[in-house]
Design a protein around this ligand. Structure first.
Ligand code: F6P
Length: 477
């Protein structure tokens, strides 16, 4: 065990943290069996992982994550692992508990709660199965707390990430009150009114656990303020929050953009779209990402502005997500259906207006970000949204960014991106049109402005802010 190790990135050293443990559901690697049956490690998926991995590589920190698949469990049984200069600890819950906690509570309840996604006439259904799942969520969180408590050296710093692990803070505090802890939410936080859909003891337990850590972080002050209002609504003692937005790793993005896989993907895209303008969306096929209204807005644009027919292609690169949940399966089917309808309506012998690819292909996403004229980022509600920051870093056409004011990143990019209300289809269509027709100099100034924001607030600062907040070196806001 790497107890007492030093953390490599300089900003972390300032916090005085002597041993850093990062805790998240998905880890930096996931395991699978290769053709010969050997256990091999692959890069873990998801925005949080891709942001954290380069920051922690070589730091000697410990990363505690779930063993999600059977192969992950097998790797866990073999003990501690080292990857990229990190000690990797996987927590192997009972698979049934894990599935209930992940599908029913983390994704089916907490994700919907914080993103205000519930179709309240149908969900949530707080029934016997739900309570069973809540119990499983508590068990999984408790197991994380046990593992961290056993492995952490005296006075170590523990940075817990996201809604899958909302109860780890309190459980850990009970076992090890010497540890310096922080919980960072990558999602928005729900309003006090929305919180009321949860049974009171559950809402209370969630808030109390998040209050039990040393510091609570969010990508924007807006989500932190909602957390505070939720605690007030339940008459809980006041606690502070801090806001620190994440940025993508610029070097990593540029390296990816120049990789052979991305260059191949770029060639493929160029063949598909020719010299037409590209309106791009890159997102998980996820309800909060609002892909359906984006499509309707493009459809409306073609209807009202015939001059753009044949001259623009709406490229959607959607990564299939959470196919264990009926809502997601239905959403993806509706998406495919709508693409078909819009294409049937407008396609000509030489032009298909919508090009949608449903797959998880990171190099292709990076390649497409290089080629857009308008990047459409229109979530209904989003903790941050890294794509809005990644796009301008690799884009080669000074493309415009059309951005939902409901994304956490809006706070940083207001005045640089084109604002939309994501529910307003006509407004979104006219924002896309503004992006397509904006003079090149203005597009270029705005795009450079976004890159400047990204560079001036690097991802290491976000990590350092968590360490500083956990160690009490920086005043929480
Ligand atoms: O938005 C926060 C986040 O943790 C992302 O990192 C990730 O993409 C998502 O939520 C969780 O997705 P999944 O259920 O696929 O792990």
């Amino acid at each position: 065990m790497a107890a007492g190790n030093q953390i490599a990135p300089d900003p972390l050293a300032e916090s005085g943290a002597t041993h850093l443990t990062v805790v998240s559901n998905r880890g930096p690697v996931s395991f699978e069996h290769d053709e010969s049956g050997e256990l091999v490690a692959r890069d873990g998926a998801g925005g949080l992982v891709s942001a954290l991995r380069p920051l922690l590589a070589g730091s000697g920190a410990t990363w505690v994550a779930s063993a999600i698949t059977e192969a992950d469990r097998e790797a866990t049984a073999r003990g501690w692992m080292t990857s990229d200069g990190l000690d990797l600890v996987t927590v192997a819950s009972n698979p049934e508990d894990y599935a209930m906690a992940y599908d029913v509570i983390s994704n089916g309840t907490l994700w919907f709660l914080h993103h205000h996604l519930f179709d309240l006439s149908r969900r949530p259904r707080i029934d016997a199965r739900w309570w069973e799942a809540w119990e499983a969520y508590r068990v999984v969180n408790g197991l994380f707390a046990n593992v961290i408590a056993e492995r952490s050296p005296e006075g170590g710093t523990v940075l817990i990430q996201d809604y899958h692990l909302s109860l780890v803070g309190a459980a850990l505090h009970e076992r090890r009150d010497d540890l310096l802890t922080s919980h960072f939410s990558h999602t928005p936080f729900c309003s006090p009114e929305m919180l009321r859909v949860l049974p009171d003891p559950v809402a209370r337990e969630l808030l109390e656990s998040l209050s039990a850590v040393g510091a609570r972080g969010f990508h924007t002050r807006r989500w932190g303020d909602l957390f505070t209002r939720c605690t007030q609504s339940m008459r809980l003692p006041p606690v502070t929050t801090f806001a620190s937005p994440l940025s993508p790793d610029v070097e990593h993005l540029k390296t990816m953009a120049g990789s052979a896989e991305s260059l191949r993907a770029r060639q493929w895209l160029d063949e598909q779209v020719g010299d037409r303008k590209v309106v791009l969306q890159v997102a998980r096929a996820e309800l909060s990402k609002n892909l359906l209204r984006g499509l309707s807005a493009f459809d409306l644009l073609l209807e009202e502005h015939p001059e753009w027919r044949e001259r623009a292609v709406h490229v959607i690169l959607a990564n299939p997500s959470r196919q264990m949940l009926a809502d997601y399966v239905a959403y993806q089917a509706e998406l495919e259906h709508l693409v078909q309808l819009v294409n049937e309506r407008w396609a000509t012998s030489s032009w298909t207006p919508i090009l949608m690819e449903l797959s998880n292909d990171y190099p292709r996403s990076i390649a497409a970000l290089g080629r857009y004229d308008v990047l459409l980022v229109n979530p209904l509600r989003d903790g941050l949204n890294l794509v809005a920051k990644e796009g301008p870093v690799v884009n080669e056409r000074s493309g415009a960014v059309v951005l939902s004011r409901e994304a956490g990143v809006w706070e940083e990019l207001a005045g640089l991106a084109i604002e939309i209300n994501p529910f307003d289809i006509a407004g979104t269509a006219s924002a896309i049109l503004s992006g397509l027709t904006m003079p090149e100099q203005e597009r270029s100034e705005r795009s450079e402005g976004i890159v400047h924001k990204v560079i001036s607030r690097p991802a290491a600062k976000w990590l350092a802010d968590q360490c500083l907040a956990a160690t009490g070196k920086e005043e929480s806001c």
